[in-house]
Design a protein around this ligand. Structure first.
Ligand code: CO
Length: 140
């Protein structure tokens, strides 16, 4: 079941160039993490109960670099919090929704994550995330 908006991911050329606007709103970068496997540097900006994530590519062949090359910087994905990603995964497949991964995988911070293809979500890349702890059956 979906519980709320976890974060909104925004593709940027560089965090340094993009951060000013968000800081002018009174928001602040809490942390910057590099996720080497995804070729991305992530600036985490808490915003109420959720957060904005600025996604800067660290190499030319990363998914974020390819996204920016194709579409320019901008909204990349919306992430929803799930309290049962394994069940959501099964239900979405049964409903004919196209998922990007064969099953939920581990993401940043040990969260379980899955992605819905934009073709199944009105043109929006939707990430689903379940906080670490329980985790989907048979995940890993
Ligand atoms: Co995300």
């Amino acid at each position: 079941m979906i519980q709320g908006i976890d974060h909104i991911g925004i593709a940027v050329h560089t965090i340094e160039e993009a951060r000013g606007f968000w800081e002018s709103l009174g928001l602040a970068i809490e942390a910057i993490e590099v996720v080497e496997s995804e070729g991305v540097r992530v600036a985490i900006i808490p915003c109420g109960g959720s957060r904005i994530e600025l996604l800067e590519p660290t190499r030319e062949d990363s998914p974020i670099a390819r996204f920016i090359a194709k579409r320019g910087p901008g909204l990349h994905h919306v992430c929803l919090t799930s309290d049962g990603l394994a069940a959501d995964d099964v239900a979405l497949r049964a409903a004919g929704v196209r998922l990007l991964r064969d099953r939920p995988t581990r993401g940043a911070g040990g969260c379980w994550i899955q992605f819905v293809h934009p073709a199944s979500a009105g043109g929006v890349l939707v990430e689903l995330s379940e906080p670490p702890g329980e985790g989907p059956e048979g995940g890993a």
